[in-house]
Write a protein that binds this ligand. Structure first.
Ligand code: ARG
Length: 576
């Protein structure tokens, strides 16, 4: 498979630079960059190298651009580059290259031109990680969906990714849960649907403890007993974890999210004491007011924010567990990199533990991939009408229900079973897409109407574009059968090929800053470009090579949309 247009152009451009009269004045290690053109009127790709160099060489940028173009080799790939505006060098891909690229794309259905990385890593992806017996709310949805998509993309690029669900199964909530379990539990409800029942119990105890000091104390004692290894409490705890996992798994199945490991916080319990001892012995941690802390005098913003790793009462903390977790992931799982997909409020925690890891000489790349909040239409934290946190399972149910209504309207004659299946695809896909199409750091507004709209940057629009690429073959009566000769006659065809070819440029770029939204935006552009092609270029009315080429374009578009949506964890439907 050939390299991307951007890579090929970049190579030629840098060769050209080496052949200019000012080659010896180039800054050490200078590489000119190629970008996809913002405005296609002037070309398909552009470089601002001349403008950057002009500053350094103290010359006029347009003159530098002209020199670069003079040195640019004659090529099969693109027309002679042109100067635009203040000194951009613009490149237009030759029609012949576009035609060849379409043939390449069709010959590579599995990867669609996307190269595997030359530096495969073992990555542990830490995402979702809800807290047992507490609600998995829409905040966890962001972590789950972003983490799953990044996992899929990294694997597609050739990395080994171990998805690890680091559930909170050893938190202070268990004091309340144990008491609630012993005093308030409805066994039948627990059997039928454990998560809501555990949640109900947790909420009830939580409310009761608000103005009942004695009860709060009792709950604390239950926790101490659990931590001390009390057999009864341990048995309840174990059952609670087991039931919660079953409940969570149901949600993950629905979301089509899989984990390789479920190493929750409790998994590290017996590693905490020796770890703290080791950190004291190596001089990284020290005693302060009875607690054991790691100080960071070297880092201004952490100067007065030590990480506490053992409390004065001997208890361990979230940070201690996370340090033990890093050890395990590096030593036992062989991690070269660990990705944490966790909300922005935990920034300080991760700053601290990453720094401790560095002090210990660990070299694994540690990435805090954080995200903002999901807001209601009132721009406040999303809540249910009764003021509770919104439950993920309820969101999914409602999404599917609303999608079913849309399908009923759009395609009433479909059999009910098919309608239900499509509604599941669209509903779940819409929830995922509304998440992934945003830059993760933005707080976004959760709004059913926007996310289920058939027009605009939404899952229904993209899935519908895919459906259209399929519908034409149904109409034709057979599947795509290959193409003998590609004949390009319209601009809309060329625009579409260029877009499709850029799949290979976009997918690897997602991991630069962990932004699945760049892939989402790209897929939206594929869909709109296809739409324009569809309006401008009749397919079945044509004959011979033109018709074949256009069918090939429909097929290639369908494949890119399907593969791209798949990398976002979104399924497609054949009809809708
Ligand atoms: N359970 C935590 C929460 O719900 C998230 C855990 C993230 N992962 C980690 N290794 N700390 O806030």
């Amino acid at each position: 498979m050939s390299t991307t247009f951007a890579d090929q152009l970049s190579e030629s451009l840098n060769d050209a630079l080496a052949n200019t009269a000012f080659a010896s004045d180039l800054p050490e290690g200078f590489r000119a960059q190629i970008d996809q053109a913002q405005n296609r009127q002037f070309g398909d790709y552009q470089s601002n190298a001349a403008m950057i160099l002009a500053k350094q060489l103290k010359r006029n940028p347009r003159e530098v651009a002209a020199d670069i173009i003079d040195a640019f080799p004659e090529s099969d790939l693109c027309e002679t580059p042109e100067i635009a505006g203040p000194g951009f060098v613009n490149f237009r891909i030759k029609t012949e290259s576009l035609a060849n690229r379409l043939a390449d794309l069709l010959a590579d259905p599995g990867r669609l031109g996307v190269a595997k990385t030359e530096h495969p890593k073992t990555i542990v992806a830490d995402f979702s990680a809800p807290n047992v017996a507490k609600p998995m709310h829409v905040g966890h949805i962001r972590s789950t969906i972003i983490g799953d998509s990044l996992t899929r993309i990294a694997r597609f690029l050739g990395h080994t990714v171990l998805a690890d669900n680091h559930i909170g199964d050893w938190g202070t909530q268990f004091g309340m849960i144990l008491w609630g379990w012993k005093n308030l539990l409805d066994e039948t409800a627990l059997e039928t649907d454990p998560i809501p029942e555990l949640l109900r119990v947790y909420r009830e105890v939580n409310a009761k403890t608000k103005d009942d000091d004695a009860l709060r104390e009792t709950c604390k004692n239950e926790l101490v007993k659990l931590q001390g290894g009390d057999a009864d409490n341990l048995a309840i705890w174990e059952r609670c974890i087991e039931l919660s996992k079953i409940g969570l798994q149901k949600i993950y199945d629905r979301l089509d999210v899989q984990f390789d490991h479920w190493l929750g916080e409790s998994f590290y319990n017996d590693q905490l004491a020796p770890l703290v001892e080791e950190l004291i012995a190596s001089g990284i941690a020290e005693e302060s007011d009875g607690a054991i802390c790691v100080f960071f005098p070297e880092e201004e913003k952490l100067a007065d924010k030590p990480a506490i790793i053992r409390k004065s009462d001997g208890g361990f903390l979230y940070a201690t567990t996370d340090l033990a977790t890093i050890d395990y992931r590096i030593k036992e799982l062989g991690a070269d990199a660990i990705w944490y997909v966790v909300g922005a409020p935990q920034q300080l925690h991760f700053d601290q533990i990453f720094r401790v890891s560095r002090k210990r000489g660990q070299e694994a790349e540690l990435e805090f991939i954080s995200f903002g909040s999901i807001l209601g239409k009132d721009r406040k934290m999303l809540r249910t009408r009764s003021g509770d946190t919104v439950q993920l399972a309820d969101v999914l149910d409602e999404a599917v229900e609303r999608s079913l209504k849309i399908i009923e309207e759009k395609n009433p004659e479909l059999p009910d079973k098919e309608k239900a299946e499509i509604a599941e695809v669209i509903g779940i896909g819409s929830v995922k897409y509304s998440e992934l199409s945003q830059y993760r750091m933005t707080d976004y507004i959760f709004d059913w109407d926007t996310m289920l709209a058939l027009k605009g940057n939404t899952a229904p629009y993209l899935i519908n574009a895919y459906v259209r690429t399929r519908a034409i073959f149904r109409k034709l009566g057979n599947d795509f059968e290959g193409v003998d000769s590609i004949t390009l006659t319209a601009d809309a065809e060329k625009d579409l090929i260029l877009k499709l070819a850029q799949f290979a440029e976009i997918v690897p770029a997602v991991l630069n800053d962990f932004r699945p939204n760049t892939l989402a935006q790209y897929l939206y552009e594929v869909a709109t470009t296809y739409h324009k092609f569809w309006e401008a270029c009749p397919v079945l009315k044509e004959e011979g090579a033109v018709r074949e080429t256009r069918l090939a374009l429909c097929e290639a578009t369908g494949r890119v949309l399907r593969c791209g949506l798949g990398l976002l964890g979104i399924r497609t439907a054949e009809k809708m």
